[in-house]
Ligand binder design. Sequence first.
Ligand SMILES: [Zn+2]
Ligand SMILES: [Zn+2]
Length: 326
Amino acid sequence: MRAMVLRAPGEPLREAELPAPEPGPGQVLVAVDACGVCRTDLHVVDGELPDPKLPLVPGHQIVGRVVAGGERFAAGDRVGIPWLGWTCGECRYCLSGRENLCDRARFTGYQLDGGYAELAVGDERFCFPVPEGYDDLQAAPLLCAGLIGYRSLRLAGDGERLGLYGFGASGHIIAQVARHEGRRVFAFTRAGDDQAQELALGLGAEWAGDALGPPPEELDAAIVFAPVGELVPAALAAVAKGGVVVCAGIHMTDIPSFPYELLWGERVLRSVANLTRQDGEEFMALAPRVPVRTEVEPFPLEQANDALARLRAGEVRGAAVLAVRA
Ligand SMILES: [Zn+2]
Ligand SMILES: [Zn+2]
């Protein structure tokens, strides 16, 4: 199969012909139609996350069709393979409904080969049916940008005035969910990022502007999607007493020190790590009801490095997706 492979962090991916993976017990072999490009892929490729499997096929927003294996899906079924690829089922986290924190969790496109390839295998218990009404490219960003955004939104509480720091793949999906829930959405982007601001306003944000400038009014909650530590004190300063700031990314630059006053007033600062299967089932049911419409920028598989470079430069409008099936 054709694949884009990471041999060492910090190097570009290389196009390679690899033997087809073979599904083990309980695994499905999936012919990949599309694979979303997530900022986490960038952190893996750039060496900002420790100890990836090497060589590695990145990618954890996989939409494809079952070819063989498993019992849960029939051949030809469309499935999604997400970031959470396997959990132990027996640690204190798994046993308390927090499998996203499993001590031994294994992640797709990090410890397990992912979807920057024509074929992928996944543990069928962690795969999701993909909702009808989305083509493969549009469905791919639901698998992580949507899921992590959804978990972040839940953990942000039900405040009305929601700030989104960073308006890319996750932000543009979660803005739609938040509007559907009747919230007011404020989009905080890099100064002068007209493209992201225009996208935000088009999706129902009532304000879009510079993340490090003054907010237009107090917020009840903020979700920080951009991997920029400076945004944390900025978001804390923007939320009202009792407000919540959720950091949604797996990696962020260091957070500068800030006066306790920013946290005082029962403000809450927390992170979101990974997803549970329940998050996935809930969000996949919710997305078509909103309905969430994803804005995608497609790239052929062999241009995965270009997709990553555009994401690194903040140039992608919405979500980058590899169109794997020619
Ligand atoms: Zn566990
Ligand atoms: Zn992701």
